[in-house]
Design a protein around this ligand. Structure first.
Ligand SMILES: C[S@@+](CC[C@H](N)C(=O)[O-])C[C@H]1O[C@@H](n2cnc3c(N)ncnc32)[C@H](O)[C@@H]1O
Length: 287
């Protein structure tokens, strides 16, 4: 491309990305090369592999790319800059006002899909962007899925992410007795990624861009987890399953909460880094 087309005559994308990687690395971004490539791919519409042999950016592309780099260097989440978070086989639209789905939550979805009977009824409590409900509804089209979210801003993202999936968005407090009370005793699987980070926990700068009500919870991070286990027990049919994500400091407390809430076959599960990540249990077959 020559400068008549508005292209930069100086740098190829390859060189631009090398400089961007250095800049993001200095800002403490954990995966600077990947982020630089993903931002360049976002700006150009090219695949990451194509960027290696791409020519120079146009002046417009260079301008947008530099702006995005500055924001990423200030630790704004990559997903806010691209507007999407990959989750399972789909892409979830995200931005300010909604929690960015994390890859480790995919493990909870794996577990959920293994425990979902044919034609099963599912509630994704604390659904945020709708990531979990979206994955279950699209990967198991036989399931009937409800997604509950209390924050009206997050609910808007969830509603649009779930469009066309068949999952039903519900704006409500998942812990309240009246929420989806018509499903009490009829649900096969409840799944949740509630807010669970203890208030005094130090977190990565990107987390400051998530709504604080999506991240932190009182009572050492258990303020939503505790009542939600009781609510899940009322939604579930005998023999139904409940699985929820928790902080890695909850490896003992989370299974205990399930036991005292009436669950059996209680287990705690680790993520790929070996951290205690989610707890699961089954509602007894007889009361
Ligand atoms: C950690 S985010 C999880 C979002 C999504 N499930 C995910 O895995 O990416 C927790 C979400 O729960 C919502 N939330 C917190 N308390 C709630 C409650 N009592 N009822 C319903 N939603 C709640 C927050 O607004 C937030 O969107």
């Amino acid at each position: 491309m020559d400068s008549k087309d508005g292209a930069s005559p100086f740098k190829t994308w390859r060189e631009f990305i090398a400089e961007a990687t250095e800049l993001l690395g200095e800002a403490g971004v954990p995966s600077p090369r990947v982020d630089a490539e993903l931002l360049a791919a976002h700006v150009t519409g090219l695949k990451r592999s194509q960027l290696l042999t791409a020519g120079a950016p146009t002046a417009g592309q260079a301008f947008v790319f530099v702006g995005l780099l500055e924001r990423r260097g200030a630790r704004e989440p990559l997903q806010h800059l691209t507007g999407a978070a990959p989750f399972r086989y789909g892409e979830i639209a995200v931005g300010p006002g909604v929690f960015v789905p994390r890859p480790e939550t995919e493990l909870l979805v794996d577990w959920a899909l293994e425990h979902l009977p044919e034609g099963g009824v599912v509630i994704d409590a604390c659904s945020g962007s709708g990531a979990i409900a979206h994955a279950i509804a699209t990967e198991r089209t036989d399931a009937r899925v409800w997604a509950v979210e209390a924050d009206p801003d997050a609910f808007e993202w969830m509603e649009s992410n779930l469009e066309g999936t068949g999952a039903v968005p519900v704006l409500a407090d998942a812990v309240a007795a009246g929420t989806l009370a018509e499903l009490d005793g009829l649900v096969d699987l409840v799944v949740a990624n509630p807010p669970y980070v203890p208030m005094d926990m130090e977190v990565a700068p990107e987390v400051d861009f998530d709504p604080s009500g999506a991240v932190y919870a009182d009572e050492a991070g258990l303020a939503v987890i505790q009542p939600l286990a009781l609510r899940a027990a009322r939604w579930l049919a005998p023999g139904g399953w409940y699985g929820f994500e928790h902080d890695d400091t909850h490896g003992k407390a989370a299974p205990e909460i399930l036991r005292v809430s009436g669950f059996t076959e209680v287990a705690d599960h680790r993520d790929l880094a070996g951290r205690s990540r989610f707890a699961t249990g089954r509602l007894g077959l007889s009361p």
